[in-house]
Ligand binder design. Structure first.
Ligand code: NG1
Length: 469
């Protein structure tokens, strides 16, 4: 029996197999409940983005796959009005907090902020409801953290689904994805919606072409001869410190580029580059980049004064719109200028590559897909400046081993790369990475936990653990 048949035979939602179920049961055993209490298990996968990097928060498309590594959140309702939270990994301490209309975050960097984010998101979505059940929750994950594989969104998605199950709430998957994307910004990253969408809507053996505003997806069958190798640079891409600041800086730079272009082209209401692409479907990327170069200097002072004057708006209102307020306010390092032109050139050219990639992947043209992935990496390293020497070295090793294409995946600044090759070359690519990268960076340490062939898996689902045998 193939995997999917085994799961159907066990009557489990796609993505759950005997192993995942056993994991859930082990986690479930840690929950202090009465024998007949209902216990839910929500499972949400991490993701690998094939192409379309740093485009989602501009409302432009992406092409990720959900992976066969997941976060499971077990939840049982309680009547204390509190969330009692434990993590199977002792590195993440237990937490307890009250369910209030506005839940105050823990200190920046606290893992449980993702749980609070998810619950706050559900409270906001169902704001008319007042009688919330509390929950005892246990979390366990096989998605490597801080590796660019979106362990954070897997946690946020699984928590939101578990908490909704405890409170007997249902939401359509597209709406759930949009809700969780919004709610994850609670932690202070002004991210797009890719990770949450693919974690919820991913399909086994498929990549997802995701478009935004409105959110919609097209599943694209992965060619049978394609192998995806993911390798972790072991350079921590910790999204709670400098990486978050760099990420949010890119969000501001892209939005400024969009506003300046909108102003130059006399289009009202342009906030993100996607607004422009949608308003001017026949304008090509090179054209838009040229228009931007003529409309403003390539780099602008980070105090937004110059930008406000180009746009003809008050500096204070631009500041409030771009940097937001309160705990999620973006603080820009003012010692460096904002790069407007380069960032726009990456996002607009990457958008063309993603659209092309969806077609060539569907047609099974792996060579061309690889070429697009290589071009994406070059653009991310050069124009978006989010690669690192280590990520570049890993990408080189993968290509030398026979990968058709290789690029950083996720936000960058560390984390992982993804390489595409024919299945027959997978071993050679891994060998090249082991020899050329891990043996140099971590001599003597076994590289097995850090790189593997990944398979595209199913999206998130929740089951009633107490009803499974
Ligand atoms: P990761 O790799 O999980 O940090 C981030 C954003 C995505 C997307 C990518 C870059 C979050 C939760 N995730 O991913 O939305 O913008 O960077 O393409 O903010």
């Amino acid at each position: 029996m193939v995997q999917a048949e085994k799961e159907t035979a066990m009557n489990l939602p796609d993505g759950w197999d005997a192993e995942e179920l056993a994991r859930a049961k082990l986690l479930g055993a840690k929950i202090p409940t009465s024998a007949n209490a209902q216990i839910f298990a929500a499972r949400a996968p991490g993701r690998v983005n094939l192409i379309g990097e740093h485009t989602d928060y501009s409302g432009l498309p992406v092409l990720p796959v959900a992976i066969d590594r997941s976060t499971i959140v077990i939840a049982a309702g309680n009547d204390t009005g509190e969330v009692e939270l434990a993590n199977a990994d002792p590195a993440w301490p237990a937490r307890r907090f009250e369910i209030e209309r506005h839940i105050a975050p823990y200190e920046t960097g606290d893992w449980a902020n993702y749980v609070k984010a998810a619950i706050q998101g559900v409270l906001d979505q169902f704001s008319a409801r007042s009688n919330w059940r509390g929950a005892s929750m246990v979390v366990g994950s096989t998605v490597p953290p801080a590796a660019g594989l979106s362990s954070s969104s897997a946690l946020t998605v699984a928590t939101a689904m578990a908490f909704m199950a405890v409170n007997q709430l249902k939401l359509d998957p597209l709406e759930t994805a949009a809700m969780v994307a919004r709610s994850e910004r609670y932690v202070g990253t002004h991210g797009g919606g890719m990770d949450q969408a693919v974690s919820i809507l991913g399909r086994r053996d498929h990549a997802l072409f995701i478009e935004f505003d409105p959110l919609r997806v097209r599943a694209i069958k992965m060619p049978a001869n394609a192998a995806l190798i993911v390798a972790d640079s072991r350079q921590i891409a910790d999204k709670s410190g400098t990486v978050r600041a760099e990420y949010n800086r890119r969000v501001v730079e892209c939005s400024l580029a969009a506003r300046i272009l909108g102003h130059a082209l006399k289009l009202d209401g342009v906030r993100i580059l996607g607004d422009l692409v949608r308003a001017l479907p026949h304008r090509n990327a090179a054209d838009l980049v040229e228009t931007l170069a003529a409309a403003a200097p390539a780099r602008l002072n980070a105090n937004l004064k110059e930008a406000a004057s180009i746009l003809g708006v008050a500096q204070s209102s631009l500041d409030a719109e771009l940097l937001s307020e309160g705990s999620t306010r973006i603080v820009l390092d003012s010692s460096r200028p904002l790069e407007i032109l380069k960032r726009a050139r990456h996002v607009l050219s990457e958008t063309n590559r993603v659209i092309r990639a969806a077609d060539v992947l569907e047609a099974g043209h792996l060579d061309e897909m690889g070429t697009l992935m290589n071009a994406s990496h070059q653009s991310l390293a050069g124009d978006f400046e989010c690669s690192t020497a280590r990520l570049d070295a890993l990408v080189e090793c993968a290509r030398r081993g026979g990968a058709l294409g290789a690029r950083l995946t996720g936000a960058g600044f560390g984390g992982s790369i993804v390489a595409l090759c024919d299945v027959t070359r997978a071993e050679a690519v891994i060998e090249s990475i082991d020899r050329g990268y891990y043996a140099q960076q971590h001599p003597g340490a076994p590289p097995e936990p850090w790189r593997a062939v990944f398979h595209s898996g199913a999206g998130a689902s929740v089951l009633d653990l107490s009803a499974t045998a």
